[in-house]
Design a protein around this ligand. Sequence first.
Ligand SMILES: *[C@@H]1O[C@H](CO)[C@@H](O)[C@H](O)[C@H]1NC(C)=O
Ligand SMILES: *[C@@H]1O[C@H](CO)[C@@H](O)[C@H](O)[C@H]1NC(C)=O
Length: 557
Amino acid sequence: MRLLPHSKKTRLAMATLSPLALAMLIFAACCVLSLASGGGEWKLMKRSIGISAMHMALLPNDRVIIFDRTDFGPSNVSLPKGRCRKDPHDQALQTDCWAHSVELDLVTHAVRSLTLQTDTWCSSGALAPDGHLIQTGGFNDGERVVRTFSPCSDCDWAETPDGLAVRRWYASNQILPDGRIIVVGGRKEFSYEFVPKTDPSEQCTYPLDFLSETRDECENNLYPFVHLLPDGTLFLFSNTKAISLDYMTHRVVRTFPALSGESRNYPSTGSSAMLPLILAVNSTQPVDAEVLVCGGAPSHSNFQANKGLFLPASRTCGRIKATDDSPEWSIEAMPLNRVMGDMIMLPTGEVLIINGARKGTAGWGVGRDPVLSPVLYKPDEPIGHRFEVLSPASIPRLYHSSAHLLPDGRVLVGGSNPNMRYNFSGVLFPTELSLDIFSPPYMKLKSSRPRITSIKPGRTLSYSQHFFINIEMKEKAIKGVDTILVTMVAPSFTTHSVSMNQRLLVLTVMGLKGGHDGSYRVECVPPGSAVLAPPGYYLLYLVHGGSPSRGVWVRLR
Ligand SMILES: *[C@@H]1O[C@H](CO)[C@@H](O)[C@H](O)[C@H]1NC(C)=O
Ligand SMILES: *[C@@H]1O[C@H](CO)[C@@H](O)[C@H](O)[C@H]1NC(C)=O
């Protein structure tokens, strides 16, 4: 379906080889693969940020907002300005002077503590078009709260008590073409609603039977997967079933075939990503959209794990072209079983599957056998050649861990706390306050890495209006327009293996000029409509020979 330049070339080369040579090549490749320790590199970024990175969101000022929950008891960092929070209903501390949210500066690595007044446990969020982070729901006193965080050097959380019409705990969010955010589901909430609300008449929810119908035998199907399709409907996935919802008329417009095998949503937590949307030359035209769902666990796995029997996690992915007339899931085997994996779209259009466990499920103390090795999924390769096992981490990241793509193309990984409180000893998997950085294998391809020097006319892009990217190459020369790729990645809100709003667009490149002294000018077409790419901030990358530039923030409006 897609045409990433490097794989186009590989396929061409393969086609010209004789069957014997091809067999030898495959044999050689397999041997090398089995001997190699795997690509990519891990680095400890911070030993402690004082809290456990349960939720993460990247803001356009290159700071990451991180939080866990206010009823976790004493964290390892105090609230700012000597504050304390008083809550007679708190399950851990009724007077709590400990912070449960921090801001991480990606440039200086400084951590600043932030003030949360109400409980954000297992909540959801999205970056609004103006660059404010909007967080929704949580637990207990926080279950109907909407919180906003405006990016600036000394900003703090602002909380709106009745921002949600009903309680939303374990809901999923998606930013819409009109800039609103839809909040879907949550524990015992079989409905959706929109935020922010501008007048009281909007305080209504819309029932969605799909959510009650797809619960497993333990009543669970939390954090449903939500993707905005290029036809403007929402692809909703819960456990094994998928529909597309017209959220404007509140009708289910399609029911997709069920995905065979295990359950995929909390606590049988798998992960999902919409594969890169390849924009057509006339970028208002409809484009294809494929959804990938990987990992999970048998539907009775959580029940068994709570009794001490840890069943193997799912080893499969399902991939479906949601825009087809009669779509079917194609099933692929992952190299490793995985529950609670995070799927992170890399600037190259590949998908990184990282974190999680080989056995058990999400939930307190019910994951076993951490999967330390991430795997790379290459959507363009033929089935059977799409996965690559990468270098293992040293820190297990199980329940309540998270991951996020960074502007420089590396991946921030943090969290893991399968314990009811912060617990650093006498437990199988202690609470992790650390942050790791994973460098995908492309970070090594220094000689082909481009550097974006400027974007003309500016960093605000208008739908369909051509723009130019000026780039510089230090070493290798660019051999032609089909060796580069321009991608735009929407920053996500990540928690519980779900990267809400994650979206990658492959822009049309109209031309490439220059070359002397290593500078080039690339003419691009941005997305043609807000349905393809909702308004807001994106990281723009230029990928050359599989190596991405550092991403540059652009605002689409
Ligand atoms: C957090 O604080 C606890 C209790 O004071 C301490 O035992 C633990 O080592 C600290 N953890 C880190 C990573 O700083
Ligand atoms: C940590 O977990 C162990 C095992 O469940 C328990 O005995 C201990 O009290 C916990 N510590 C804290 C600080 O909650």
